[in-house]
Design a protein around this ligand. Structure first.
Ligand SMILES: [Zn+2]
Length: 195
């Protein structure tokens, strides 16, 4: 007994009693759905990178690393489902996990946007000194000022900044980092300026 590749109903014979598809037809339908949903996932991942930098979280880099891991894990899972379906193996549970991951980049992008856009918390000013500058490969290219940390237990912060801030500050400069708490509790950087 296996589950139908398309609708997931239990079936004893080659033809599914619920949707009427044979296993070969169900495989074709499943592949079409996989392609469509994977496209949504890819678009979401592409949208996520610039969207996460409109109101950049203080912890932007760990968030981007998490998204990168999720991206490759999801695509490997999609590939594995396709591979198993071709051999008519059971894919029902994997399919549910995979389809559950599709909206994640969209949801995270929306959370980060709302977190900054509708934040009414009072901006805090944190004094810091610039130690270095890093430009991060990506679409679009990211810019970070490496500064002394204002938080206990940490030595540095990688502050996401727009290109013009990246160009006008230099190692050794004293700056003020303006941080807000965020509507969703994710602290974000609203500005960097001179004291
Ligand atoms: Zn079916």
């Amino acid at each position: 007994m296996t589950h139908c590749l398309d609708c997931g109903a239990e079936r004893q014979s080659d033809q599914c009693p619920a949707c009427g598809l044979t296993s070969a037809a169900a495989e074709v339908v499943l592949r079409r759905r996989l392609v469509k949903r994977t496209a949504w996932f890819l678009v979401g991942a592409v949208v996520f990178v610039p969207a996460s930098q409109i109101f950049p979280p203080v912890e932007l880099d760990p968030i981007l690393i998490f998204m990168g891991i999720l991206f490759f894990a999801a695509l490997s899972l999609g590939y594995w489902i396709e591979h198993r379906a071709r051999r008519r193996r059971e894919v029902e549970a994997l399919k549910r996990i995979y389809f559950g991951l599709i909206p994640v980049p969209w949801v995270l992008a929306a959370v980060l946007f709302v977190n900054g856009r509708f934040d009414s918390s009072i901006p805090r000013t944190e004094p810091a000194a610039i130690i270095g500058k890093v430009s991060v490969a990506g679409l679009p290219r990211g810019y970070r000022l490496v500064v002394t940390s204002w938080r206990g237990g940490r030595s540095i912060e990688r502050v996401p900044v727009p290109r013009d801030d990246f160009d006008r500050f230099h190692p050794g400069d004293e700056v003020v980092v303006v941080v807000q708490d965020g509507l969703a509790g994710i602290p974000w950087v609203s500005a960097v300026h001179r004291p």
